[in-house]
Design a protein around this ligand. Structure first.
Ligand code: E4P
Length: 220
């Protein structure tokens, strides 16, 4: 399963990219609003830092406006994926951008039918927001299961990008279902690396080694 970072924070992207953990990045206007600096400069920098796909979101809600924005956003780099909201005008834009060879990520997906329509329009990725679904008392993972099955049944090449991830268990569940990608806030990727038994084990190895070196004056 591919792991994307869901952030516009350059420092976090650098940090986790250096660990080989980042296959791509997703951003949105809210994430950009949390960072200091001109959003265009931040978007440009992310597309340079990361080799994989970088989703940059349009803010227009009319088809022609979204297409114009897509043309501007794709100038930031060859790895840009244009994020389009799941609205009827958005699907029209997705269809046209597909014909132009521009990749799209249809965002704000909350049902399997929305994902099916986005795939039919030619989206490269669909982003179901599972955490926001959980927040209103539903099980977000249910729609991930459905979408993965529907895309497999009909051999869509659209990838399922699990978004709005709130904790590491979401990641394991998405991977068991066979979702193609999860996009994670940096703190969740950080939590995935840690385990108290790893820390405990390392501490005891180090202190036992210190005892031996004192006893035998071992040096390498
Ligand atoms: C996806 O691409 C979105 O940027 C993101 O996952 C939304 O997550 P949130 O519900 O935590 O805002």
């Amino acid at each position: 399963m591919k792991i994307f970072l869901d952030t516009a924070n350059i420092e976090s992207i650098r940090r986790y990219n250096d660990m080989g953990a980042v296959d791509g990045v997703t951003t949105n206007p809210t994430l950009l609003s949390k960072e200091k600096g001109h959003p265009a400069e931040i978007m440009r920098e992310i597309t340079k830092l990361i080799k994989g796909p970088v989703s940059l979101e349009v803010v227009g809600i009319e088809t022609d406006g979204m297409i114009e924005e897509a043309h501007r956003l794709t100038k930031f780099g060859p790895n840009v994926v244009v994020k389009i909201p799941m609205i009827p005008e958005g699907l029209k834009a997705v269809r046209q951008l597909r014909e132009e060879g521009i990749k799209t990520n249809v965002t704000l997906i909350f049902s399997s039918n929305q994902a099916l329509l986005a795939a039919k329009a030619g989206a490269s990725y669909v982003s179901p927001f599972i955490g926001r679904f959980d927040d209103i008392g539903h099980d977000g993972m249910v729609i991930i299961k459905e979408i993965v099955q529907i895309f497999a049944n009909y051999k869509f090449d659209t990838e399922v990008l699990v978004a709005s991830v709130r904790h590491p268990v979401h990641v394991v569940e998405a991977a068991k279902i066979g979702a193609h990608i999860v996009t994670l806030p940096p703190e969740i990727l950080g939590k995935m690396m840690l385990h108290p038994l790893t820390e405990k084990g390392l501490n005891s190895f180090l202190s036992d080694w210190e005892k031996i070196t004192k006893q035998y004056q071992v040096t390498f």
